[in-house]
Design a protein around this ligand. Structure first.
Ligand code: JB2
Length: 209
C-alpha cells in the first residue's frame, strides 16, 4: 500500500472531515492538511490537523479525499478539483470482503461491513456501522448514514442518500438523487429524485439533484 506513505489532503473541515481525519489517523496515514473554501476555517485545526487554505491551492496530482457530507457538493468539488488524485479510505475496523470494488474517493468508516461482490462508486460515504450485503451496487456520490442496512442485491443510483438507521429489503432499486428518511424501511423500488419516509417507506415529493 505505497499510497499510504504519501500525505493526503482532506477537503472539508466540518463534522464529516473530523471522522475522515480520525480514520486516516487510525491508519497512520500522514495528512497534508485540511482544505476548505470557508476562509473562517483557515488556521483552525481538525483533530490537530491544520486547515491550510482552499482546495484550489492544492498542487496537481495531490492525493486527496473530499470530506463533505452533502452529495451534490462532493460532486461539484470532484469536478472542480481536476488535479487531485482521489484516494479511498477504509477504517481498519471495517470489514470489506476482498471482492468488493471501491471507487476513487470512497470512504468506509469504523464498524461498516461490505459483503462479497459489492460495487461502490466514486466519492461514496459508507458511514459508521453501515452494512451493505452481497451484490449491492452503489452509484457515485451515494451516502449511507450511520447504521444503514442494505440487504443483498440492492441497487442505489448516484447521489442518493439513506438516513441514519434506514434499511432496504433484498433486490430493491433506488433511483438517482433520492432521499430515504432516517429509520425508514424500503420494501419496493423508488424513482429518481424521490424523498421517501416511513415504515414502509412512501414517497413524499421530489428531491433536488
Ligand atoms: O459548497 C459547499 C461547501 N464547500 C465547502 N457547501 C457546503 N455546505 N459546505 C461546503 N464546504 C465546507 O464543508 C464548509 O465550509 C464546511 O467546512 C464543511 C461542511 O461542514 P459541516 O460540519 O456543516 O458538514 P459536514 O459535511 O462536515 O458533515 C455533515 O455530514 C456528515 C456526514 C454533518 O451532517 C455530519 O453530522 C455528518 N456526519
Amino acid at each position: 500500500m505505497a499510497m499510504a506513505q504519501i500525505p493526503v489532503a482532506v477537503i472539508g473541515a466540518g463534522g464529516h472531515a473530523k471522522v475522515v481525519v480520525a480514520t486516516l489517523q487510525s491508519l497512520n496515514w500522514p495528512i497534508l492538511g485540511c482544505y476548505d473554501n470557508d476562509r473562517a476555517a483557515w488556521g483552525r485545526q481538525v483533530l490537530g490537523v491544520p486547515v491550510r487554505g482552499g482546495p484550489a491551492e492544492l498542487p496537481a496530482d495531490t492525493p486527496a479525499v473530499i470530506a463533505i457530507g452533502d452529495n451534490a457538493v462532493r460532486r461539484r468539488l470532484a469536478r472542480a478539483c481536476v488535479g487531485c488524485r482521489w484516494v479511498t479510505v477504509v477504517h481498519p475496523a471495517a470489514y470489506v470482503h476482498p471482492s468488493v470494488e471501491l471507487g476513487p474517493g470512497a470512504v468506509v468508516f469504523a464498524g461498516a461491513v461490505l459483503q462479497p461482490d459489492v460495487r461502490i462508486g466514486a466519492h461514496v460515504i459508507i458511514n459508521t456501522g453501515a452494512s451493505v450485503d452481497h451484490d449491492c451496487v452503489l452509484g457515485d456520490f451515494v451516502h449511507l448514514a450511520p447504521g444503514v442496512r442494505l440487504s443483498g442485491s440492492v441497487r442505489v443510483g448516484q447521489g442518493s442518500f439513506f438516513g441514519v438507521g434506514s434499511v432496504a429489503i433484498p433486490g430493491v432499486r433506488i433511483g438517482e438523487w433520492a432521499t430515504v428518511g432516517a429509520g425508514s424501511v424500503v420494501v419496493g423500488d423508488l424513482p429518481d429524485g424521490v424523498k421517501a419516509m416511513g415504515v414502509p417507506a412512501r414517497p413524499m415529493g421530489k428531491g433536488e439533484p
